[in-house]
Write a protein that binds this ligand. Sequence first.
Ligand SMILES: *[C@@H]1O[C@H](CO)[C@@H](O)[C@H](O)[C@H]1NC(C)=O
Ligand SMILES: *[C@@H]1O[C@H](CO)[C@@H](O)[C@H](O)[C@H]1NC(C)=O
Ligand SMILES: *[C@@H]1O[C@H](CO)[C@@H](O)[C@H](O)[C@H]1NC(C)=O
Length: 441
Amino acid sequence: MYQKTIIFLTILLTSLRSCSSSYPFDPRYDHAMSPSVYYETNHQHGHITHNRLTKTRHAYAPRSSPGAFNVNSFGAKANGSDDSQAFMKAWEAACSSEGTVYIVVPENRAYTLKPVKFSGPCKSSLIVFKIYGKIKAWKNQSDYKERGFWIVFQTVDNLLVEGGGRIDGNGKTWWPKSCKINPELPCQEAPTAVTFVECNNLMVRNIRLENAQQMHMRIQKCENVKALNLMVTSPGDSPNTDGIHVTGSRNILIQNSIIRTGDDCISIVSGSENVKATGITCGPGHGISIGSLGAHNSEAYVSNVVVSKSTLIGTTNGVRIKTWQGGHGMAKNIIFQDILMQNVTNPIIINQNYCDQPKSCPEQESAVQVSNVLYKNIHGTSSRPEAVIFACSKSIPCQGITMQNVKVVDLISKQDVSKASCSNVKLDTKGSVSPLCTDHS
Ligand SMILES: *[C@@H]1O[C@H](CO)[C@@H](O)[C@H](O)[C@H]1NC(C)=O
Ligand SMILES: *[C@@H]1O[C@H](CO)[C@@H](O)[C@H](O)[C@H]1NC(C)=O
Ligand SMILES: *[C@@H]1O[C@H](CO)[C@@H](O)[C@H](O)[C@H]1NC(C)=O
């Protein structure tokens, strides 16, 4: 097992390295155009410090250069009326130009956008979408023809989104209409604030995403993605407001970000592989999740996931794998390492009986197989006595689950009174592990 883990880690590191070297971004350009740490994540205090000096120095650089397309020049007013036509024109101009191009959203102004789709492929070799100011969502819901989307980037390669500005989904007009909030209403999708579909070589950094209508950011069918220094926030009771959702994507790095929302801080679902999340501060929210997988008897594959150097504060789950009964496929080669839990309800959980629907889910034989999962150096406090839950499938038990140097104690007493509830799991322990399964089979 240990050897397998080492081999897997080596493969993963190699693949992440080759992924980063395949980025089109010239490091000299990076240095010149944007500070490497424009936001400094402050884990101690859970907030981001704004580096004004650096911002001012760089904010004006691209505006006068030939490849810069300022949305104001295309008619954007930032006065509360719809600016999406101006943004679309700026996008079309940039996308049909050669070389490195900039789309500039000026600072100290708030632009309102109806649903917009920025589509490629583009002629340009690199598109830099500089958001200095604020982009906020159009409120009238009947103008969202495709209910799942607000801002979409589709089939755009070599895209960099940055600038220190913010994207606000105005979610508070949508949340009360969720069936999670009002069970009498039908369950309907609300827009994801920012969706990247089939975007290869994508970097999103130094921006704030807030109050999404539903999910904040979705990475779908993309390859080679870096999401860095993001601040993602919405109220802890806002429905289904996942922070960053990864689906069907490969070679993904999510790093140094603060995520406080009403659902999973990060969710990684089917078809995703080589996903690393590190330096994440999560909470409030539902934790960092792989899944849910296998809903409606579907087939799901997730592999090579590392979650490391992260802190979860007051979340309902810590690190979670969730699958529905009746699914097929597998979730394998997963490492949760160097994680601090503070006041987490379910710090470590595998739930193969996940059921997020109004009526109860029938018992089914098939399941998404969970295997080769390492929990290493996980410490902190649990707000419930059951700090560890492995609720695995009876017919397809969890295999190759390892816990190494894990200590989760009770939030109030700070004592080892926590328990582990384990069923149908092949578990291996190394170093000191507490709580230990007493009833595992
Ligand atoms: C915004 O500016 C445009 C163009 O000047 C104008 O037609 C529109 O009425 C303004 N909207 C608001 C809400 O002030
Ligand atoms: C919302 O948009 C629809 C259709 O575009 C329109 O009929 C309706 O009057 C708008 N509602 C408000 C409150 O502006
Ligand atoms: C623990 O988290 C819960 C839920 O987020 C919160 O209500 C409570 O105040 C927290 N307790 C402590 C001691 O931080």
